[in-house]
Design a protein around this ligand. Structure first.
Ligand SMILES: Nc1ncnc2c1ncn2[C@@H]1O[C@H](COP(=O)(O)OP(=O)(O)O)[C@@H](O)[C@H]1O
Ligand SMILES: O=C(O)C[C@@H](O)[C@H](O)C(=O)COP(=O)(O)O
Length: 344
């Protein structure tokens, strides 16, 4: 059953709004292998385009979807690096602008301690992506896309906060579907109430909401703390949500649909290199399936497979697979572990 119908006449499949940044991951290649160790002991890093919405833009584009990005980058060579990477990937960069007051692109240093323990350290002072302003939001651009994905981190501060809300308002006006990836990054927020205020403003307008249990708890803190997954889904569906996806890390995830159904999936078992990156693979794969008109359970299986592929790898953006690789991975895993390996 189709819960969200996209306007097929629109040239862009998806616009993503939020941060594009740079990941520095411990080197792991033919020449240098930084084995699992604390970040302070890492000597060599590899540089990749990062930022969760940027990774999802890359992910969906590798699946053949046409994506555009609304964002702000630094006016320097790192700004060039991420924009050129997007251009090469085939992402529309016409609405990425450069900072004029010297703000810098975010840097994310990643720590890989063991297959089960990893973390990220963000350098985000004087940050470029949060300089996005209402003047950067163009109604015609939003109208040209089937959907817009708002990354919750864009709501952390002004002027980006107002820019994101303007984009949501214009999307609503023009029937551009709204996808909210709650995407909580602690470092960016100064006040817990603000998280709940701004997350809930966007969640109320969204057609699809994706987040972890912790992210839903933060969103609901000022409304009704302590909701169960079922209660959260029903509450957001009483506004505009058609699909609410709630993730529980290695325990699996569930999509709640507006007809009262729910569909659950578990991760595919893999030897992980890191924990982060899974969410971006999951989002890319799940959304691709939805645009193909697949059943929700198949979208979840595809997203979960792509997430498992991502946690195996040493980076996020470069490793995002195309659909053939994901199908091949699912086939291999099912041959090894059985048809129902990820399905609950
Ligand atoms: N060690 C792992 N092995 C396999 N899959 C994993 C592993 N860790 C995470 N995943 C997959 O990545 C998805 C997203 O991970 P999660 O931690 O919930 O979100 P995020 O990466 O956004 O913080 C999970 O739902 C799961 O499918
Ligand atoms: O999101 C960031 O700014 C950094 C990412 O590039 C990073 O590597 C990461 O954390 C991926 O996010 P996840 O898939 O939600 O774990």
């Amino acid at each position: 059953m189709k819960y969200v119908t996209f306007d097929e006449t629109r040239p862009l499949d998806l616009i993503l709004l939020g941060r594009v940044a740079i990941d520095f991951n411990p080197a792991y290649n033919e020449q240098v292998k930084e084995e699992f160790k604390p970040l302070k002991d890492v000597h060599m890093f590899e540089k990749y385009v990062g930022g969760s919405p940027a990774n999802i833009a890359v992910g969906v584009t590798r699946h053949g979807m046409k994506a555009g990005f609304i964002g702000k980058v630094s006016d320097d060579q790192f700004g060039d690096f991420v924009t050129e990477y997007f251009d090469k990937a085939g992402i529309d960069t016409s609405h990425i602008t450069r900072c004029v007051n010297g703000e810098k692109l975010g840097l994310t240093f990643t720590e890989m301690l063991s297959p089960k323990e990893s973390s990220i350290l963000m350098y985000r002072n004087c940050i470029a992506d949060l300089q996005l302003s209402v003047d950067d939001i163009d109604e015609d651009y939003i109208k040209s896309a089937k959907a817009i994905l708002i990354s919750g981190t864009a709501l952390a501060e002004s002027p980006s906060r107002e820019a994101a809300i303007k984009a949501v308002m214009l999307a609503k006006k023009n029937d551009t579907k709204i996808i909210f990836d709650i995407d909580y990054r602690e470092y960016n927020w100064k006040n817990a109430d603000e998280i709940s205020i701004y997350y809930s403003i966007v969640a109320k307008e969204s057609d699809i909401i994706m987040g972890s249990r912790e992210e839903f708890d933060l969103t609901e803190a000022l409304i009704q703390p302590g909701r169960s997954d079922e209660e959260s889904a029903a509450a957001w569906q009483s506004y505009n949500a058609k699909i609410v996806v709630i993730k529980h890390g290695m325990k699996g995830s569930t999509a709640y649909t507006c007809d009262g159904e729910k569909y659950s999936i578990k991760p595919f078992p893999v030897e992980a290199r890191k924990g982060f990156g899974g969410g971006d693979g999951y989002g890319s794969g799940f959304l691709y399936g939805l645009y193909q008109g697949w059943e929700v359970i198949d979208c979840l299986e595809f997203g979960s497979a792509e997430a498992s592929m991502m946690v195996r790898s040493n980076n996020c953006s470069d490793s995002l697979p195309g659909p053939d690789a994901v199908h091949a991975f699912i086939k291999e895993e099912k041959e090894k572990f059985g048809e129902m390996i990820a399905r609950v």
